[in-house]
Design a protein around this ligand. Structure first.
Ligand SMILES: Cc1cc2nc3c(=O)[nH]c(=O)nc-3n(C[C@H](O)[C@H](O)[C@H](O)COP(=O)(O)OP(=O)(O)OC[C@H]3O[C@@H](n4cnc5c(N)ncnc54)[C@H](O)[C@@H]3O)c2cc1C
Length: 567
């Protein structure tokens, strides 16, 4: 294959914005987007609530500075303040740019872009398209990329980077339709493969494919990951499936109530109530359940998200998807009855370490979106800041790669590398006396993470989690794929995704064990206080000889000093 100037791995919001911007920066470039699912099916399409920008349409006194402060406070002061400046300053421009290219934002009566309140935000600044925001953004971007001549390789599964010494020369991927390994020689590669919260299995709001593939590929190529222990649990997943009920439901005025009919958030966040930040609201719900004030059912314990007082008109016009999901997956119409909910693993704050331009430590390799960590979310992401992150930093990474592609000579990927990858894939199908099955390992990984590396953490549990993950990695050596066909071998894909999740799970658990403090989403019951002196720093994880080695990096401060975080 002819070398590409830029190969982008991932067709979600970050990948497509990067592709569109790179084309705009230099229309003569040869740009490919690889995606294991059709781009429109990327997890971005599931984003319901919206994207933050201080437009000042709903609250005239909103400012970019307030958005910056809310984000830094929300991050429990772990975000890098220079990166947050970029995120929030670019926000109004990027929302308007999307408006100009066709994203159908919901409108207010005066026809300006509508904004709703979201958790941890001092003003209503979340811009939305009913409760289908991600879907509409993704459609807009895909259309633009097709128009601009981006090459799409849909249903390709990225396997590894090709690196010679310290020089990156492209990517190897499997064509899912044929099972063949193909080489993509490239001057630059941008990872935009989304998050890893699906490793928590059945209590996750994430798409099946959010298995952290890009992070794992980069990790194995020696690129460090940052702040992996910070996994966000969204307060309101549907009781049975963990599917998400957007924070927009509380933004529109929904209440959280316990078995006694009490709006219990008054106990935990007197001022912000249900619109406290996610880490706080998720912990509050779990505490209510643990202390016996939740509801019980064969499908598990839960509390109520009550929208009944909002009225049928509002629910139908602003939260149509939530109503549909509640009816289909819980048999409850939120117009008449409260929705049964419980926290669900939702978002990865950690990811591939990048600078503010999307660069990693390896020349020619960039990352953006949920798979990257700039870091703008620190220890806890605010709702509405992730769509913003993928747009702003997707655009920046695309621009940087387009500007810098000329610096890197196109590499040639040797045939031997294609043969090695092909052999590796075939080795899963070789008969073996003792073998392990994918399903059991996958189930056990989800369980151990949920129990030992969940919302409330402590040393003995984390140690157990680390041991169990190591045990699963050993057993993985014997995993076998019984479907030996080349065409759409989904079992093989699952097994490859499991390898990625196991590598990342190890870094999540190791970081959580090492960090002896509570900050944002990381709650250590044995170290309940934030310890700025020892732990106000990023965790860096590097893979050396197959082992996770932890290091650190300072947090970049700015105008805002460390403060106690209350809501
Ligand atoms: C249910 C839900 C609702 C959300 N709602 C909101 C919201 O209202 N507001 C907000 O700000 N944030 C929200 N978020 C978070 C936000 O949507 C995501 O963080 C964001 O969309 C991630 O975008 P991305 O482009 O980084 O990755 P994704 O959209 O996840 O895309 C990843 C891409 O990478 C590709 N890929 C992955 N692995 C491989 C591989 N091995 N080979 C080839 N391709 C690969 C996939 O095919 C896909 O195209 C929500 C998240 C969820 C799960």
């Amino acid at each position: 294959m002819k070398p590409f100037d830029i190969v982008i791995v991932g067709g979600g919001g970050a990948g497509l914005y990067a592709a569109m911007e790179a084309m705009k920066t230099n229309p003569s470039l040869n740009i490919a987007v690889l995606s294991k699912v059709y781009p429109n099916r990327s997890h971005t399409s599931a984003a319901q609530g919206g994207a933050n920008a201080a437009l000042g349409n709903k609250a005239k006194d909103d400012t970019v500075e307030m958005h910056i402060f809310d984000t830094i406070k929300g991050s429990d002061y772990l975000a890098d303040q220079d990166a947050v400046d970029v995120l929030c300053s670019e926000a109004p421009k990027i929302i308007r740019e999307l408006d100009n290219i066709g994203t159908p934002w919901s409108r207010m009566d005066d026809n300006t872009i509508a904004q709703r309140p979201f958790g941890g935000a001092g003003r209503p600044r979340c811009c939305y398209c009913a409760d289908k925001t991600g879907h509409t953004i993704l459609q807009t971007l895909y259309e633009q990329c097709l128009k601009k001549g981006v090459y799409f390789f849909n249903e390709y599964f990225a396997l590894s980077l090709s690196v010679n010494g310290s020089r990156m020369r492209g990517l190897l991927a499997m064509n899912i339709k044929t099972g063949k390994v193909e080489a993509f020689p490239a001057k630059t590669v941008i990872f935009a493969t989304g998050g890893y919260a699906k490793m928590y299995w059945n209590r996750s709001s994430n798409a099946a494919g959010n298995t952290g593939d890009g992070q794992a590929i980069a990790f194995r190529a020696g690129i460090p990951l940052k702040d992996m222990e910070f996994v966000q649990f969204h307060p309101t997943g549907l009781r049975k499936s963990g599917l998400l009920v957007t924070e927009g439901a509380r933004g529109e005025g929904g209440y959280l109530t316990n078995r006694d009919g009490e709006r219990f958030m008054a106990r935990y966040a007197k001022e912000k109530m249900e619109l406290g930040p996610r880490d706080l609201v998720a912990r509050s719900i779990e505490t209510e359940i643990l202390e016996g004030r939740g509801f019980d059912s064969p499908a598990g314990k839960y509390i109520h998200l009550d929208l009944t007082h909002l009225g049928a008109d509002l629910i139908k016009s602003r939260l149509p998807q939530i109503r549909e999901m509640s009816m289909q997956f819980e048999g409850v119409d939120p117009i008449d009855e409260p929705i049964p909910v419980r926290p669900t693993a939702h978002y990865s704050m950690g990811g591939i370490d990048t600078d503010n331009f999307g660069r990693t430590v390896m020349g020619g390799v960039y990352a953006a979106g949920e798979c990257g960590c700039v870091s703008v979310h620190g220890a806890n992401r605010l709702g509405g800041n992730s769509l913003l992150d993928i747009l702003v930093f997707g655009r920046i990474a695309g621009h940087t790669a387009a500007e810098e592609a000329g610096k890197f000579a196109p590499g040639a990927i040797p045939e031997s590398e294609i043969r090695e990858r092909t052999e590796e894939l075939r080795s899963y199908m070789k008969p073996s006396g003792h073998y392990e099955r994918y399903g059991a390992l996958r189930e056990e990984l989800g369980q151990t993470l949920a129990v030992n590396v969940g919302i409330f953490r402590e040393a003995s549990l984390l140690k157990k989690g680390i041991e169990e993950i190591a045990g699963l990695k050993d057993r993985y050596q014997h995993v076998r794929v019984f479907d030996t066909s080349d065409v759409y071998n989904t079992n093989l894909i699952q097994v490859l995704e499991l390898k990625n999740m196991l590598d990342l799970a190890e870094s999540v658990a190791a970081g959580a064990y090492a960090r002896e403090e509570s900050r944002g989403s990381h709650t250590r019951v044995d170290f309940p206080v934030r310890d700025d002196e020892k732990w106000h720093r990023h965790t860096m994880a590097t893979l050396m000889d197959g082992k996770v080695v932890l290091g650190e990096k300072p947090v970049i401060m700015g105008r805002y000093e460390l403060q106690e975080r209350t809501y």
